[in-house]
Design a protein around this ligand. Structure first.
Ligand code: SF4
Length: 296
C-alpha cells in the first residue's frame, strides 16, 4: 500500500461565492486593457490585487507596480490607480506631472467617498468606521480636509468618542469589514447619538457580505477549515473568529474540510459547490483549479 493510499479520505469543499469581486476584476481588466491599447509599461499605484499570481502575470506583461507616484519617472505611459481608491492629493499630484491616469477605483468605494463629501457639505462631522492604514481608509480620509473625518476602529473607541456637535454627526464605513463587528459599532454610535446620519445599514459591499455569509453557512458543517487571504484583506476578518480557522497566504478561497469524512455525507453534499479532485498531481491539480477559476 502506498503512503498516499493510507491517508484518510479527504473531502474538500469550496465556498461559493469566493475569489475576486467585481471591483477587483474591473481593476485587473483596466491594467490588461491599458497594456493592450498602449503597450508596456503601464504603471500601477499599489498592488491591483493582493494576489501573487495576478501581480506576477501582469508584471510579466509589462505592468510596473509602485507604492507612490514619485517612484514613476516622467512618462506618457498610463498610470493606474487601484480599486481601493486614492486620496485626492494623488490625482492632483498626477495632474501636476501631466500623467495620463486611469482610475480603477471600485464604484462602491467611490460611493463612500460621495457620501462623505455630501455629509461634509452639510456641515456634519464624519466618523469613518474602518482599519487604520488600509489603503481604502487612507483614500477615504484623503477625500476631505484633515480633521473632517474621524476614524473609529473599535467598540471602545465608539463608546468614548466625543463629537464636536452631537446633532451634526454622520458615519460611513470601509467596504471590507466584518459585518458583525461593524453592526456592533454602529449600534453603539446610534445609541449614543440617535440623530447620527448614515447609510441604511453600512457601506460594507455585496462581495464582502456574501463571502462572510457563505463562510457562516459552511462553518457548522466542517470540522476544520482554512482560507487564503493576504494579511491586508479584511473581507474574511469575521471568519478568523470561527473555531479551527487557519489563515493561509493568498487572496483566493482555499480548502474547507467537512466534519464528516464521507464524500457523500449530507453535510458534504449540502456544502460542496465544487470539489478539487484529490488524486490529481500538484501540477494538474493547479491547472484544474485554474480552469475552474479557483486560482488565477
Ligand atoms: S468595494 Fe467590494 S466590490 Fe469593490 S473592490 Fe472592494 S471588495 Fe471589491
Amino acid at each position: 500500500m502506498t503512503p498516499e493510499a493510507q491517508k484518510p479520505p479527504l473531502s474538500v469543499v469550496l465556498c461559493s461565492p469566493r475569489g475576486f469581486c467585481a471591483g477587483v476584476v474591473r481593476a485587473i481588466d483596466t491594467v490588461e486593457r491599458a497594456l493592450k491599447l498602449y503597450g508596456a509599461p503601464v504603471y500601477v499605484r499599489h498592488e491591483i490585487v493582493h494576489n501573487r499570481y495576478v501581480v506576477e502575470s501582469l508584471k510579466a506583461k509589462g505592468a510596473i507596480f509602485v507604492a507612490e507616484l514619485h517612484e514613476i519617472p516622467q512618462t506618457d505611459a498610463p498610470v493606474v490607480f487601484s480599486a481601493h481608491g486614492v486620496p485626492k492629493a494623488i490625482p492632483n499630484e498626477a495632474d501636476k506631472r501631466n500623467f495620463f491616469t486611469l482610475d480603477a477605483t471600485c464604484p462602491l468605494v467611490t460611493k463612500v467617498h460621495r457620501e462623505a463629501a455630501i455629509h461634509f457639505k452639510r456641515g456634519r462631522e464624519i466618523i469613518l468606521i474602518g482599519h487604520a492604514g488600509h489603503p481604502e481608509v487612507v483614500g477615504t480620509l484623503g477625500q476631505l480636509p484633515k480633521g473632517a473625518v474621524v476614524l473609529i476602529e473599535t467598540m471602545e473607541a465608539a463608546r468614548t468618542f466625543q463629537p464636536k456637535d452631537a446633532n451634526k454627526l454622520a458615519f460611513v464605513t470601509q467596504t471590507t469589514l466584518s459585518i458583525d463587528d461593524t453592526a456592533e459599532i454602529v449600534a453603539v454610535l446610534k445609541e449614543r447619538f440617535p440623530d447620527i446620519d448614515g447609510p441604511h445599514k453600512e457601506d460594507i459591499c455585496y462581495a464582502t457580505t456574501n463571502r462572510q455569509l457563505a463562510v457562516k453557512k459552511v462553518a457548522p458543517h466542517v470540522g476544520r477549515w482554512s482560507w487564503s487571504a493576504h494579511p491586508i484583506r479584511r473581507i474574511l476578518s469575521a471568519c478568523a473568529q470561527l473555531p479551527n480557522a487557519k489563515a493561509a497566504a493568498c487572496p483566493c478561497w482555499c480548502s474547507v474540510r467537512p466534519r464528516s469524512t464521507g464524500r457523500n455525507s449530507r453535510a458534504s453534499r449540502r456544502s460542496a459547490s465544487r470539489r478539487v479532485p484529490r488524486h490529481r498531481k500538484s501540477s494538474s491539480r493547479k491547472s484544474w483549479m485554474r480552469s475552474h477559476s479557483i486560482i488565477s
